[in-house]
Design a protein around this ligand. Structure first.
Ligand SMILES: [Zn+2]
Ligand SMILES: [Zn+2]
Length: 218
């Protein structure tokens, strides 16, 4: 249908591509040194950031491609409101490039929506990233997490409330048993969601869980 509706950039609205070169250039890409746990950018290479001190995450490491803001924020909001597979595919290329090869992941698992929200929306925006990412990495994709209860949007909550909001929200499926899992989300903020999801995957037998997101809030 591209010939009927010319592509419009999800970041700035300009015509020509779903994600334009200007928006790409504007995005602050996260580079080392970053916190060894959560991927938060650091001035000096240290073991962990202040936010991670004293925390024990169920995932081994988390990384994201870019800083959540500006054009990237607008593109992520577009994915939440429109099932734009082309946009997901383009942005997932950056996620693939941000994946540390040493992780040695074997299976891609998207962070799911609740059953209710999935039914309302008709699709999970994270799948628009996770599905082309799995294809690019030549890894199987498994819908191996379920949300067993509704949670409030993490963005609406204060940092400390976010941990309680998602605690015990997920259940892992047997498909992850004995596997090194790549957990995929669109945005990582405190790591609370990733932690709760990783905990469920580990409980279902995953040997380790690594987290890859498109964006990270600072
Ligand atoms: Zn643009
Ligand atoms: Zn950290």
């Amino acid at each position: 249908m591209g010939w009927l509706f010319p592509a419009r950039c999800a970041g700035c609205g300009s015509l020509g591509a779903v994600w334009c070169a200007a928006c790409e250039a504007e995005t602050a890409v996260l580079h080392a040194p970053v916190c060894g746990h959560c991927g938060y950018p650091l001035q000096d290479p240290q073991a962990e950031c202040l936010g991670c001190q004293g925390r024990h995450f169920a995932f081994t490491q988390a990384r994201a491609w870019g800083v959540y803001g500006g054009a990237l924020r607008r593109a992520i909001l577009k994915l939440k409101h429109k099932r734009n597979r082309q946009l997901g595919a383009v942005l997932s290329q950056h996620m693939a490039a941000s994946l540390p090869p040493r992780w040695g992941v074997e299976l891609v698992v998207p962070v799911p929506l609740s059953v209710r929200r999935q039914a309302q929306r008709g699709y999970n925006p994270v799948d628009l990233l996770a599905s082309p990412l799995a294809e690019r990495l030549d890894l199987p994709l498994a819908q191996a997490l379920l949300r067993q209860r509704d949670t409030r949007p993490q963005m609406d909550l204060q940092v400390e409330q976010r941990w309680a909001n998602v605690h015990g929200a997920f259940v892992g499926q047997p498909a992850v048993a004995g596997r090194r899992v790549l957990l995929v989300d669109d945005i990582v903020t405190t790591g609370a969601t990733a932690h709760a999801a990783a905990r469920a995957l580990r409980a279902a037998g995953a040997t380790s869980v690594y987290v890859l997101a498109l964006a990270r809030t600072l």
